[in-house]
Write a protein that binds this ligand. Sequence first.
Ligand code: DAH
Length: 348
Amino acid sequence: MDVIAELEDAVSGAAARIDGAGTIEELDKVESALLGKSSAVGAARRAMGGLDPSERPGVGARLNEVTSAIETRIAQRRVTLAQLEERHRLTADRIDVTLEAVSFPHGSLHLIQQTIDEVVDIFVGLGYQMASGPEAELGWYNFDALNTPPTHPSRLESDTMYLDYGDPDDELLLRTQTSPVQVRWMEQHQPPVYVVVPGKVYRQETTDATHLPVFHQIEGLTVDEAIRFSDLKGTLAHFSRAFFGPRTEVRLRPHFFPFTEPSAELDVSCFSCDGGVAGCRVCGGAGWLEMLGCGMVDPNVLAAVGYDPETLSGFAFGMGVERMAMVRHGINDIRHLVDNDLRFLRQF
Ligand code: DAH
């Protein structure tokens, strides 16, 4: 075959090969196969020197024509492939990291739960266990087993919400205190007893700045051999300092509860004014804050669950969770805790 024939043969398939290249890499290979040293074009260029001078202009012109036609077609294909490749990249890369992400706001524990957790943690640190009991409770557990006589005014329908009222033997009510869990726990466990019981309680109450018909208490019960009043005071003093700060003083005032004897109320020194600054916004100048009810477990309560009051003794306490949170954070209206206003809740 002569040079021209070989060139024309190569050229005839060139367009199809160029357009068949699917990537720029493939196109580079096609280009060197069509125009490189070992291509028909390269061979023709090398053969030029050996041609008869009369043939040279004709072959030379055809060679230039062919070369530039191939180059042009390769350049066009290169542009097309570059566009295709970019389009591919864009589809693959569709996620636009510059768009703001959909945010899932994460909530936080309600102040009441935070307060419960904090109080329970302090007692767990002393070796106490956490327990719970039913909110719909029998009259027996809420009152009788707690040494509360049938005539006690808190048993009236005006104070207690009854689910079933009338027959004293199977009165069903919404518990008015967490104290019934003392009895339930002792029925199910042998001493020693070291438990704290957080939970909801219910009372027939008109809502105002300091009262809600549904609120929370944390009960505590200790029963062991030779538990004394000093253990009660020491334990509650430790708790008060852990919760309100190390400088907190405590004092016990005589009080009455049916299920403890003697009974007391525990006050803590005002953590804001440190005791008696006239007009203090936390204690109002009294210097003391009423914190909780407590006392030595009445022997009748121990006997009601089959514990021996001769060898065992104990102390109990009960505190209002909302009150603890209000005093601690200077909240002046208990209703803030149930209004579900995020402007309030987000502060804690
Ligand atoms: N249950 C009492 C109340 O709701 C609080 C209380 C007082 C609990 C003295 C106790 C206690 O365990 O010993 O007012």
